[in-house]
Ligand binder design. Structure first.
Ligand SMILES: NC(=O)c1ccc[n+]([C@@H]2O[C@H](COP(=O)([O-])OP(=O)(O)OC[C@H]3O[C@@H](n4cnc5c(N)ncnc54)[C@H](O)[C@@H]3O)[C@@H](O)[C@H]2O)c1
Length: 355
């Protein structure tokens, strides 16, 4: 039998379910051997949902890493634990998948990259947008010159608020909506432009009482950043928690010979009007009654399925992932987030001194 990558999933809630769907579809090369969550009922329910067999359960990630024979630890835990769990896994000689953001601050991210280098192991930075079929189609259209030279890109993720209690404090999350949602758009644009941004300027709501809606959240619930690139292209990146009706993942590209609108979450071929409502329509939709666009294979279209397969294939070959998905790419995105917060706080334009 061909080798399969043995995986320990750390964290068994929302994000672990997104990844599990990907593992379910690459059983030919991946095998879940253990799942850990301090809430053991979540481990049990994930095992039940995917009818996993012979999987060990843990309620402590240190014990799980110590006792599990595996190739890789997939970290689906709150942002502030990415660093600690990755360090423990790398010390044990495991590759790691780390969800966005790579850490809550660039210093921790740098330490993780150094530890991976020392251990001779890989960090696979889980930015699902790089695998969204619609985004890759859009990039192919740009590549063939169909809209000319891109002049301006607007990219955003927004919804009405995170389900995770760990998104409420800066200590646990690293910030508000920009680090938690906007980082997808940042990573997309940095990969598209090879990181060659020249200047940025940002504004955010102030957090707490200075937020629009989320007064109990320490981080901002609205943020926007304008960026310039060395070839003259401009971008606006937005993230907010004041969007009702479901998650919006949108990219608009304006070029010298055309324009393009990419909508990852509301472009379902189904339009439905329901009086009683249905079980689910799209991520973060508050209600499912009335008109809706129920997502078709949402996890695949948001990129999670191909992301997991790519990481498993890289792991089998002990190779680096594609551009945008390495530890250094996660760090670069985090550095930009840090500068966005600094620009907003100090009211200043920031020039990229690395170019
Ligand atoms: N790529 C994406 O689009 C995407 C989507 C959702 C979440 N995420 C990321 O995934 C990560 C997890 O997010 P989530 O939405 O699943 O969070 P969540 O709050 O829903 O779940 C976190 C889980 O971690 C467990 N946990 C917390 N502390 C623990 C500890 N010390 N030991 C063991 N388990 C512990 C909790 O019990 C919980 O089950 C976050 O970093 C988030 O940014 C990414």
């Amino acid at each position: 039998m061909e080798k399969k990558i043995k995986v320990l999933i750390a964290g068994a809630a929302f994000c672990a379910d997104l990844h599990m769907d990907g593992y379910e579809r690459c059983r030919d090369i991946a095998e879940i051997v253990a799942i850990c969550d301090k809430d053991i009922s979540r481990v049990k329910s994930l095992i039940g949902k995917y009818r996993l067999q012979g999987v060990r359960s843990f309620d402590n990630y240190e014990k799980a890493i110590e006792e599990t024979e595996c190739d890789l630890v997939d970290i689906c835990m709150p942002n502030f634990l990415h660093h600690d769990v990755a360090m423990a896994a790398l010390r044990k000689g495991r590759h790691v998948i780390v969800e966005k953001p790579l850490a809550t601050n660039a210093g921790d991210a740098r330490a993780m990259i150094a530890a991976a280098g020392k251990a001779g192991k890989k960090i696979y930075y889980a930015e699902d947008w790089h695998f969204a079929p619609a985004i890759n189609k859009a990039l192919a259209i740009v590549e063939e010159g169909a809209i000319g030279k891109p002049l301006y890109i607007r990219a955003k993720e927004s919804h009405s608020g995170s389900h995770s209690p760990f998104a409420q404090t800066i200590e646990y999350c690293g910030g508000g909506c920009m680090i938690h949602l906007g980082i997808h758009a940042i990573s997309f644009i940095l990969a598209f432009k090879n990181g060659r941004w020249t200047e940025l300027m940002a504004m955010t709501s102030g957090g707490g009482n200075d937020n629009f809606l989320h007064k109990k959240m320490e981080g901002e619930d609205w943020s926007a950043c304008m960026m310039k690139f060395d070839d003259g292209m401009s971008a606006i990146i937005e993230a907010n928690y004041v969007t009702f009706g479901g998650m919006e993942d949108v990219i608009d590209i304006y070029g010298t010979k055309g324009c393009m609108h990419v909508d990852l979450t509301f472009s379902s071929p189904i339009k439905c009007f329901s009086v009683p409502g249905m079980r689910y329509t799209v991520e973060k939709a508050e209600v499912t009654t009335g008109w809706s666009s129920p997502a078709v294979d949402e996890k695949f279209n948001l990129g999670y399925v191909d992301e997991i397969r790519h990481f498993m294939e890289c792991c089998l070959q002990n190779s680096e992932p594609r551009k945008g998905l390495r530890g250094v790419d996660g760090l670069e995105a985090l550095e930009v987030v840090g500068l966005i917060y600094r620009s907003a706080k100090e009211g200043i334009r920031i020039v990229n001194d690395k170019l």
